[in-house]
Structure formats: structure tokens, C-alpha cells
Design a protein around this ligand. Structure first.
Ligand code: HEC
Length: 168
């Protein structure tokens, strides 16, 4: 079943306002990799931006309101969504110039998400989705995403966790 992030977000918020433990409300569903809709993330807080890659890319990372409320040393709350834009880039390290948006990678955390992970590749309750620069879903597998993020057990599977909190 396809679930929209916004549906989950609305559910989470209404549950919080109603004072209901929202984990129970969404646990039965649990999103699978590749099922998220493209979030409308441009107004979100910046997690980290201008990350230059030797491969000729620049990455900008955003986080939604729920994620931005996280405290140093804590995992991100259920309902957190983080989005990484991957731009083509030219020039040399330290002074690269952004080109076209090539890909948008999304991680979404919610209760029950992790139970859909392939054996040995569970990264908490995070799921992964990927889009091209125009917002179309990428036809890709997600085990690769999981393998790379898997070792980050002390940072809630988020790269630059420390850098993010150091900047706040
Ligand atoms: C080769 C390792 C690797 C793979 C594969 C990978 N990532 Fe990541 N991911 C990273 C690194 C490293 C960062 C931090 C940004 C940077 O320094 O380039 C990151 C950052 C992210 C972020 C921002 C949150 C954070 O952890 O900082 C999201 C969202 C994300 N990746 C999603 C995905 C998705 C979705 C896939 C699969 C389609 C994927 N990643 C595959 C290494 C990987």
C-alpha cells in the first residue's frame, strides 16, 4: 500500500494534539523502502549544505520540523524526514559550482518501518526512497542505501549527526 509522508505527518500531529500515543496508531502500517512521496522540503531547516564530493557533486541536506527538534545525543523522533539533494558540480574542491539537481534521496523514520527491512539490513525505523532531479521515482534497489548507513548505530544511522549538533 502506498503511503504519503504527509498523511503520516498529519496523523502524527493530530495524534500529538489529541494526546494519544501515536506510535500505536501507525505501527500497523510501517512504510516500505521506495514508497514515499516526494516531500515539499524546500522550506525545511537545513541540516547541512554545500557538501562537496570529489566525484563532482554537491549535496544539500534538509530536515523537517519533527527532526529539527531532536536534541544532541538523542535519536530522531518518529515522523522525522530528512532529504538530501545531489547536484552535479564543476570546479575543484573548496570552490565547486553547483550544476543541475540530479537526485533527491529521502529517509523517513516511523514506528514499524524497520520491520520491512531485509534481514541484517535494519537501520532502526528508517526507510529510504529516491527520486531523480525532476521528482520521478528512481527505479533502484534500497539495500545499498541500507548497507552504507548501517554502521552508524551511535548516530541514529545519520551521517554528519555530530556536525549537525555542533552547529546548533
Ligand atoms: C556509498 C555510501 C552511501 C550509499 C550507498 C547511500 N548513502 Fe545516503 N549518505 C551517505 C553519506 C556519506 C551521507 C552524508 C552526506 C555526504 O557526506 O556525502 C549520506 C546522507 C544521506 C541522507 C541525509 C541524512 C544523513 O544521513 O546525513 C539521506 C536522506 C540519504 N543519505 C539517503 C540515502 C538513500 C535513499 C540511499 C539509497 C538510494 C543512500 N542514502 C545511499 C552515504 C551513502
Amino acid at each position: 500500500m502506498k503511503q504519503s509522508i504527509f498523511k503520516f505527518k498529519a496523523l502524527a500531529l493530530s495524534a500529538v494534539f489529541a494526546g494519544i500515543a501515536f506510535s500505536g496508531a501507525v505501527q500497523a502500517n510501517g512504510a516500505k523502502d521506495g514508497t514515499m512521496s516526494m516531500p515539499d522540503y524546500k522550506q525545511w531547516d537545513t541540516f547541512l549544505s554545500g557538501i562537496e564530493k570529489k566525484s563532482g557533486h554537491i549535496r544539500d541536506i534538509y530536515i523537517n520540523d519533527i527532526g529539527a527538534k531532536a536534541q544532541k545525543g538523542q535519536p530522531f523522533a518518529n515522523g522525522t524526514v530528512t532529504v538530501m539533494e545531489i547536484y552535479g558540480a564543476s570546479g575543484t574542491a573548496g570552490s565547486m559550482t553547483k550544476g543541475e539537481l540530479q537526485k533527491v534521496f529521502v529517509m523517513y523514520k516511523n514506528a514499524g518501518n524497520g520491520k520491512h527491512a531485509p534481514a541484517g539490513l535494519q537501520t532502526g525505523d528508517w526507510t529510504y526512497s529516491a527520486f531523480d532531479g525532476k521528482g520521478n521515482k528512481l527505479d533502484t534497489g534500497y539495500d545499498g542505501c541500507r548497507s552504507c548507513h548501517l554502521p552508524l548505530t551511535t548516530a541514529d544511522y545519520i551521517f554528519h549527526y555530530d556536525k549537525y549538533f555542533a552547529n546548533r
